[in-house]
Design a protein around this ligand. Structure first.
Ligand code: GDP
Length: 443
């Protein structure tokens, strides 16, 4: 996700990072390139203008021009501005306590991912201990009710539907009564979407809202539609009112335009992102983490959280320490393969490792390649694994033979490993990251 924009930013920053001093002209040029990158990413023009003006203003201040490391200072300013665009802090759902009924109204155009997201959100809230009822009130799209029923079964949640009822407003009224009677404390109402905005649809949602009196009115937006998603969100907000946004298909969004414009234009926070088709693929939206990804700095915090889910805290702390101090050896690299397999998709994990981007190309990350690399490292002695610098030409030949690979393949592995280590070292100098990581680990 976000590859394209992230690559652009990495290029822009690379040009600046080596410079001992930066002139106003350098800043102007970099900002101009950032502007193009944002526009190419389909970010709203007004948002881009504001972003550019504010960045220039701040970057031209004394702080950057006279800083010891002006390149880094500049990156920090851009980072902070992007975090601001994305909404500063993560915003949670605002639901009532467990003893009262809360409801969530899901709205958006057809195909945006409403039905899927309703089930995903239901699963997430169930895991948080809520008693969730899914309500099938999309009576327009053929098969939407059945789809929700199938999804409901998958995530083990009850789905309320009425076969004969054609009026979604009445259906929602009945669902509410049923929820109260059956002691549910959370209702997620999947409403119908049309292919385009239309008045009748808006009127219907306003009527449903009146009956439901929801705590959250979530607008589900397909991030692949870029600016169009922003325009539609705005009109839903004006006519019905939205309390937050769920950005779906974020896993396929290479541009990031919708994510970068939505908060600025609507003033409404993105609360979740959909990152795949499975019920578990819904993540809370953290502006700072997404900003890091956009700027090509990886998402160490999410990586650590994922790691925490699968490995114990001590192991996570050790891994973390190695990343921070950059004393990562080939031995650790080998261990990380097994860990990655345990944690899930290799590709999604690599995206989060600082420096993996650029240092590791796409064809490097398939399982076959991992097995090959594993074989190569396994052919090394423990001493070699702990200190890759001693692996000279004759050792490389021996290792290649032992692992059934070529010397070129051994060379490539070592080169990639060195690159990764170097990038880790660079990122580890970023104090803000470190503080966050430590806090995240509870140390
Ligand atoms: P609705 O018409 O708004 O209810 O849309 P659906 O829930 O039926 O979703 C439309 C399509 O988008 C389905 O094929 C979903 O599997 C897919 N989809 C929804 N959310 C995501 C997501 O976050 N990532 C990906 N890759 N696909 C998604």
């Amino acid at each position: 996700m976000l590859e394209r924009i992230s690559d652009k930013f990495s290029d822009i920053f690379r040009q600046l990072s080596g410079k001992a001093t930066i002139s106003e002209k350098n800043i102007q040029d970099a900002v101009e390139e950032i502007k193009v990158a944002l526009l190419e990413a389909d970010v709203n023009l007004r948002v881009v203008r504001r972003f550019v003006n504010r960045t220039i203003e701040e970057a031209k201040g004394e702080a950057v021009l006279k800083a010891v490391n002006p390149g880094q200072q500049f990156v920090k300013i851009v980072n902070d501005k992007i975090v601001q665009l994305l909404g500063d802090e993560h915003q949670d759902l605002e639901l009532k306590g467990p003893d009262a009924l809360s409801s969530i109204l899901m709205m958006g155009l057809q195909g945006s991912g409403k039905t899927t997201t309703s089930a995903k959100l239901g699963l997430r809230l169930k895991k948080e201990g809520r008693r969730v009822l899914l309500v099938a009130a999309d009576l327009v799209r053929p098969a939407a009710v059945d789809q929700l029923k199938v999804l409901g079964k998958q995530v083990d949640l009850e789905v309320f539907s009425l076969e004969k009822e054609k009026d979604p407003v009445k259906l929602v009224g009945e669902a509410k009564k049923y929820a109260i009677k059956s002691s549910f404390n959370t209702m997620i109402v999947d409403t119908s979407g049309r292919l385009h905005l239309d008045e009748e649809m808006m009127k219907q949602i306003v009527d449903i809202k009146r009956v439901l009196d929801p705590q959250e009115q979530l607008f589900v937006a397909d991030s692949m539609t870029g600016q169009e998603a922003v325009t539609i969100a705005k009109s839903f907000d004006e006519q019905v009112g939205i309390s937050g946004v769920v950005l779906t298909k974020f896993d396929s969004d290479t541009r990031g335009g919708a994510a970068l414009s939505l908060k600025s234009v609507t003033g409404k926070p993105i609360k979740y992102v959909g990152v795949g088709e499975k019920p578990e693929d819904l993540d809370p939206f953290y502006p700072e983490r997404i900003a890091s990804r956009i700027l090509g700095m990886g998402d160490v915090v999410s990586l650590v959280e994922k790691a925490q889910e699968t490995i114990d805290l001590e192991e996570a702390a050790a891994l973390q320490e190695k990343m921070i101090s950059a004393t990562f050896t080939l031995e650790d690299y080998l261990e990380s393969f097994a860990r990655m397999r345990k944690m899930g998709s290799v590709q999604s994990l690599l995206e989060m490792i600082p420096g993996a981007k650029g240092a590791i190309s796409e064809d490097d990350i398939d399982e076959k390649e991992m097995k090959k690399e594993e074989a190569i490292i396994l052919s090394m002695t423990i001493v070699e694994r702990r200190n890759h610098r001693i692996i000279g030409p004759s050792r490389r030949k021996r290792i290649a033979k032992g692992s059934g690979s070529s010397v070129a393949e051994v060379n490539r592995l070592i080169k990639r490993f060195e690159k990764m280590r170097l990038m880790m070292k660079k990122v580890s100098k970023n104090k803000k990251y470190q503080a966050k990581l430590m806090q995240n680990l509870g140390v």
